[in-house]
Design a protein around this ligand. Sequence first.
Ligand SMILES: *Cc1c(COP(=O)(O)O)cnc(C)c1O
Length: 385
Amino acid sequence: MKPDSNLPSARDKLLFTPGPLTTSLSVKQAMLHDAGSWHFEFNALVASVRKRLLKLAGLSHEAGWEVVPLQGSGTFGVEAVFQSCVPHNGKVVVLANGAYGERIAQMLKHARIDHTVLRTAEDTPSDAAALEACLVADKAVTHVASVHCETTTGILNPIEKLGAVTKRHGRVFVVDAMSSFGGMPIDFEQCGIDFLISSSNKCVEGVPGFSFVFARRALLLASEGWARSLSLDLLGQLKGFEKNGQFRYTPPTHVILAFDQALRELEEEGGIPARSERYKQNHQALMTGMIRLGFRSYLPSPVQSHIITSFLYPDAKFDFTDFYHRVADKGFVLYPGKISQCDTFRIGNIGRLTESEMKQVVYAIGEAVAEMGIKMESASAAKAQ
Ligand SMILES: *Cc1c(COP(=O)(O)O)cnc(C)c1O
């Protein structure tokens, strides 16, 4: 019998994905209200969310920071920074080692903004020395763009080193921290960050619907007249909030109600350090279980983040679709790979998940592999290789 998802007893599958992710029941319940986007109570809520986001990031107005929420998914926030905060004669260096770095390059192409892409292999962090050489050689460069946790693989890029080089050469540093903000501590000043983008449905554990951009106020004010887009104009959006406390166009009201609750739960958990610790434990439990089953992760552990992990197919004949369906039937949603060089699938450690759920998904994976009759290399044999 097919479970009826409208029955109150029906349980959603757990999402081991990089967002949208499994959220708490209370976050979902927070959406059971209609909020008027012009109403003073909703405006006060938006102001409160913006204030708490700044605090969560360790930033303040006094120190010259703003946070600008923007309708749309994370990509819209990243694109807004480039569409509106790069001058017409500006040039961007993009550090890329995966799909999200490549997406920034694509955005720049669409906006007809001059750019250079510094690529490293998908298992290799961005190279600060190469960035330095590029900034020395090319005086036209105004901005540097990096992806903190490249969710394509789960690799962590060295934003502290990249930021130091960028600042030493007086350029603006833009960080796509979509999948890491909230899930690991980020020191904005230490990393020389000028713009940082994340979204509602990643490590803050809200539902999808808006992105938010942390920015130095002076840089936002300096971008007057640069916007190539009306709806993605960050300074325009900031001015809207400052004028009447409102989003310029229809806000995702329910999403903001859920986000307010998600922020509360993040605060209650103990803030970013505590959440980071939970995700680390999730990652550890996953790795231990998967290695025991005979799986191998794609990345070497020194560059692996605790956000999401890529695993290699166990053999060349591995039927991922069959595997995916079997694991889903047991109640767990995995994520396909996105790497160009080899066949992988991904398992996210983020969202309302604990060590116990990580053990459950590993158990389900073990069952699926056994049902499919796959001969796994034993963990000791894999290690000996
Ligand atoms: C999720 C993600 C994005 C944004 O993706 P959307 O689908 O637009 O929300 C951008 N960069 C990174 C690194 C991400 O993980």
